[in-house]
Design a protein around this ligand. Structure first.
Ligand SMILES: Cc1ncc(C[n+]2csc(CCOP(=O)(O)OP(=O)(O)O)c2C)c(N)n1
Ligand SMILES: [Mg+2]
Length: 277
């Protein structure tokens, strides 16, 4: 299990240093439009795609606005993402999508259109047509859109090969879940006869529920996680629990080495792209 934890840490570490560079470049005004940082939540995608890689499953992936880490962990080009955030034509969405609508044709990552939760009916329809393994990611607030529930119902009825990931950071911009609703996504999914779990973003928790899952049926995971920075832009509300720091402590010296190497790698990539006019 040590290798799994290290592989998941490697991915998370690339994402953390990538997001720290985005933060810095927003402050420096090199990035001029809204960004949605996924720092703090890296362990959701880093665990999922490490497990899917072990199984040699390459799903179709539908993400939403806070998607940098999903894009990176699923193998999207980091250079294309940097160029996208710099608004360049050679960005992953032609410089027109910005942070919220990133995509990768090579890795079958479909970008978001900006309407909260729209990716869920689109992913379900796509999965219904292709019958290929599909991953769709939504926030805890996007999950509340009415068309999400009807899509879950259809996926359950048709036993589609689709993994629904709810990245539950407890927030809709700044409004906490308890103000918005008295129900939970995993119980809603179970009410629709779908297998579902409410778990933390600890890599072992994620592994436990995905280890034996091979997309034979729909599955919904409500994964509790922590957003490190503001909803949009570069800022910090307060000290949150940080899964990345926790894993770094647990893994010890090897994690420190990976962290240092990946920081250097990402910082140099950004520097090189910034120097190209
Ligand atoms: C239908 C719709 N309503 C409102 C918005 C404005 N909006 C954009 S992101 C957001 C909150 C999203 O929260 P969540 O889905 O939990 O994702 P998170 O930002 O927490 O990652 C809102 C209200 C929108 N884009 N679309
Ligand atoms: Mg949220």
């Amino acid at each position: 299990m040590k290798n799994y934890k290290i592989e998941a840490f490697k991915k998370a570490s690339i994402c953390r240093h990538f997001e720290n560079q985005v933060f810095k470049n927003v402050e420096l005004k090199n990035i001029k439009f809204p960004v949605y940082l996924s720092a703090g939540q890296e362990y959701v995608p880093s665990s999922i795609y490490t497990i899917l890689e072990e199984k040699s499953i390459e799903p179709n992936i539908f993400i939403q606005h806070r998607g940098h880490s999903h894009y990176i962990c699923a193998g999207g080009s980091i250079i294309d993402l940097i160029n996208e955030l710099l608004g360049r034509k050679n960005g992953c969405s032609g410089g027109m999508g910005g942070s919220a609508s990133i995509q990768s044709l090579e890795k079958n990552i479909f970008g978001h259109d900006g309407l909260m939760g729209s990716q869920v009916p689109i992913a379900v329809g796509h999965s219904y047509k292709t019958r290929k393994p599909t991953v769709v990611v939504m926030g805890d607030a996007s999950a509340e859109e009415d068309y999400v529930m009807s899509s879950l119902g259809w996926a359950s009825t048709k036993k589609l090969p689709i993994l629904f990931i709810v990245e539950d950071n407890n927030l809709s911009i700044l409004t906490e879940k308890k103000v918005r609703r008295n129900w939970e996504m995993h119980t809603l999914a179970r009410g629709l006869n779908m297998e579902s779990f409410d778990i933390s973003d600890d890599p072992m928790d994620i592994r436990k529920v995905l280890e034996n899952y091979n997309f034979e049926y729909p599955l919904l995971l409500n994964i509790n996680t922590h957003r490190k920075y503001w909803h949009s832009g570069a800022g910090q509300d307060g000290d949150q629990f940080d899964r990345y720091e926790e894993q770094k402590m647990e893994l010890g010296e090897i994690a420190n080495i990976i962290d240092t190497e990946n920081k250097l790698f990402i910082d140099e990539l950004w520097q090189r792209q910034l120097e190209i006019q």
